[in-house]
Design a binder for this molecule. Structure first.
Ligand code: FES
Length: 350
């Protein structure tokens, strides 16, 4: 124990270097200099007082329309007198502190930062007793295997990093829309006919698969699967006058008599768009105000979104209900760095 204590560092390893020799200021040793400094400082305060009086006079006397060197004379006078007074008071106070106020070194002794020798001995004794009782030193096999287990504890965390990638590719960007699937009202679940829509009307809709069942009457989609499908396939169906629509090349027959269908997912960061302005055919995303022109292929007219709203091509089935011609030809999602790559995969597939 004594050996171990001897090896511990000294409780006060840093020796007190003492104070450097005191340097007297000229004003401490020369009464003439002291008086001069006193006069200088009080002169600064006196001029500051005069400037403040000048400020008041300027405020009363100077016409506010008077011009001095191209500036308002009143502003010039008020600024220079008040600024000058504050500057002189500040400089005077600093000079007073530096030249005339007390200048003695103050010493406050620090308490020793190390524990006393007795406390250190007690801690060391407890530590050694613990090591001895646990058999940590006597049982190297257990000790080493424990160290091994602790080392391996980091492995699961490293392996789980794998879940960070790879990023979803194009296939996962598909929605449940497919050829011939009816477009249904997302509140009533009823399929939509062109005659159900007035010019200027917009309805929120979704694919009919949300309501379909298998032979046993069980819903085809349920739980998380249903929620995911719903969130990616949500659409808006809007009717406008056919002459207002300006389809781009290849989209001439994507609508039915002025009825168009677009994804409801904003291409900025994925909020559901909702606010429709009938006259302009613009739809606004409430999150960051991206605005899309539904008459012009979902083009972005304002805001941070960079891609048009994906459009779903429409047709009529044999009973006259509106159906999708295919899934969205474009990826429905907020924009992300690998989108161009995924879109290429999707294009190659179709
Ligand atoms: S999510 Fe629509 S503008 Fe940002």
């Amino acid at each position: 124990m004594t050996d171990e204590l001897d090896r511990l560092p000294d409780a006060e390893p840093v020796k007190d270097p003492g104070l450097p020799e005191h340097q007297y200021r000229p004003t401490d040793v020369d009464p003439a200099q002291e008086r001069r400094a006193e006069r200088q400082i009080s002169a600064m305060f006196t001029v500051a007082m005069l400037l403040l009086v000048g400020f008041c006079v300027a405020y009363i006397m100077i016409d506010k329309d008077q011009v001095f060197l191209g500036w308002s004379a009143m502003n010039f006078a008020l600024g220079s007198t008040l600024g000058g007074a504050m500057l002189l008071m500040g400089v005077g106070i600093i000079q007073w502190a530096k030249k005339l106020m007390g200048d003695h070194e103050m010493v406050e002794m620090r308490h020793p930062s190390a524990s006393s020798q007795e406390d250190r001995a007690a801690v060391l004794e407890d530590l050694n007793a613990g090591i001895s009782e646990s058999g940590f030193g006597r049982r190297p096999m257990i000790r080493n295997s424990l160290f091994g287990a602790l080392g391996f504890l980091g492995l699961p965390a490293i392996i789980m990093l794998r879940d960070l990638g790879p990023l979803p590719d194009g296939e996962q960007r598909e929605t449940v829309w497919k050829k011939g699937m009816r477009v249904v009202n997302d509140v009533s679940g009823t399929p939509i006919k062109p005659s159900d829509l007035q010019v200027g009307q917009l309805v929120n809709a979704e694919p009919a698969i949300m309501y379909e069942t298998d032979e046993e009457g069980e819903p085809l989609l349920h739980g998380t699967e249903l929620l995911q499908a719903k969130s990616k396939a949500a659409v808006i169906v809007v009717r406008m006058r056919p002459e207002d629509v300006t389809p781009s090349k290849g989209r001439e027959n994507w609508g039915i008599d002025g009825i168009l269908c677009y994804s409801k997912i904003c291409t900025h960061v994925g909020c559901p768009i909702s606010l429709y302005e009938q006259q302009t055919h613009h739809v606004l995303c409430p999150c960051h105000q991206s605005t899309f022109d539904l008459a012009d292929n979902g083009r972005v007219t304002f805001g941070p979104a960079h891609r048009p709203l994906p459009q779903l091509p429409l047709a009529l089935d044999s009973e006259g209900y509106i159906v999708a011609v295919s899934d969205f030809p474009e990826i429905v999602a907020p924009s992300y760095p690998e989108l161009a790559r995924d879109q290429k995969k999707l294009d190659n597939k179709s």
